[in-house]
Design a binder for this molecule. Structure first.
Ligand code: DGY
Length: 322
């Protein structure tokens, strides 16, 4: 046995990433991409030094406390780390890293796809064509919603929110953003700052959710906040499903209070609330934000850069539980 660090890799990763893992680590891999339960991972982790997980593996306090004490790092193949109890990891002396930056553009692209798809009827339009429901072109129906010149509210103006704003400017959209602290004018780039959610929401003809899932944001889009949006607003979510209360959003989509929604993330993926499937005014994607080959390779390489740094005694670049 060589003295390479020993890690468990919970999911099958892109080939170039698997190759680098094979070169640098003694890895317990999952090349068949089987579903591993928490107990499977805990069992396989005995004698290992670290875990390379993804957002599909829930690393809560109970999981972390059951890990062997040899595990010193959890590197997640995701920018989001809401699936990991950071405090529990810290108390157990486990460093947690993520993969920021490199999926910003791919995710912002999907937000624009969702915005256009929801507003202009990508779902119902496609259904008409595929199901031979398109009898003849009509001047009055069906109609979508204008994006050009509308106001886009960005909830959480971090890297991805800023990239969405950049793209939205090509549609001549006015950008407002809600954040606790005002950004530098150069980063704002003309967007208007709101630190009061009650004042921000009524301005959002389109609302793009781009904040992390935290104690403060879970369930933030609910009956009361939806009520505060303009009638006929469009909601886009590329962040995390649990920021939205499904009952309240579905009710608003049914009543028309929310004209349309574009959703790439859901509560309880992939077993989403089945009512979404039968709504005509939603455009749904299966968590594709980072789903391009280059992005997924870059995510894997970034996770490995963090592991390499850690095992060579250097603080990894992307530690999220300092
Ligand atoms: C992320 O990186 O957080 C994406 O949502 C994929 O999990």
């Amino acid at each position: 046995m060589s003295n390479k660090p020993k890690i468990l890799v919970s999911r099958l990763l892109p080939q170039a990433v698997e190759q680098r893992i094979a070169n640098s680590y003694n890895a317990v891999s999952n090349l068949e991409d089987l579903v591993l339960t928490s107990s499977d991972i805990i069992e396989k982790a005995h004698g290992l030094d670290g875990l390379l997980v993804s957002a599909t593996e829930r690393c809560d306090a109970a999981f972390i406390s059951a890990l062997p004490s040899s595990i010193k790092i959890i590197a997640t193949f995701s920018v989001g780390y809401d699936h990991i109890d950071l405090q529990a990891a810290k108390s157990a002396g486990i460093v947690v890293t993520n993969t920021p930056d490199i999926l910003t553009d791919a995710t912002a692209d999907i937000a624009i796809l969702l915005m256009l798809g929801a507003a202009r009827g990508a779902y119902w339009g496609e259904q008409m064509v595929r199901n031979q429901k398109w009898q003849r072109w009509a001047p009055t129906h069906p109609l979508g919603i204008d994006i050009t010149g509308a106001t886009l509210g960005i909830l959480g103006m971090g890297r991805i929110g800023q990239a969405v704003a950049d793209r939205a400017k090509a549609f001549k959209m006015d950008i407002n953003y809600f954040k606790r602290t005002k950004l530098d004018a150069t980063i704002e780039n003309g967007a208007a700052f709101f630190d009061d959610l009650d004042a921000f929401l009524p301005t959002c003809q389109f609302l793009s959710i781009n904040c992390a899932s935290t104690e403060q944001t879970r369930g933030l889009i609910n009956k009361a906040t939806i009520e505060n949006l303009p009638d006929g607003a469009v909601i886009i979510n590329t962040a995390r499903g649990d920021i939205v209360n499904d009952d309240d959003l579905i009710e608003a989509l049914q009543s028309g209070k929310i004209a349309a929604a574009g959703l790439d993330v859901f509560n309880n993926e992939p077993d989403i609330d089945p009512r979404y499937r039968s709504l005509n005014n939603v455009f749904l994607l299966p968590h594709l934000g980072s789903a391009t080959p280059n992005t997924r390779i870059a995510m894997g390489m970034r996770a490995l850069d963090n592991l390499d740094a850690f095992f060579s005694g250097v603080t990894p670049k992307d530690v999220v539980n300092k």
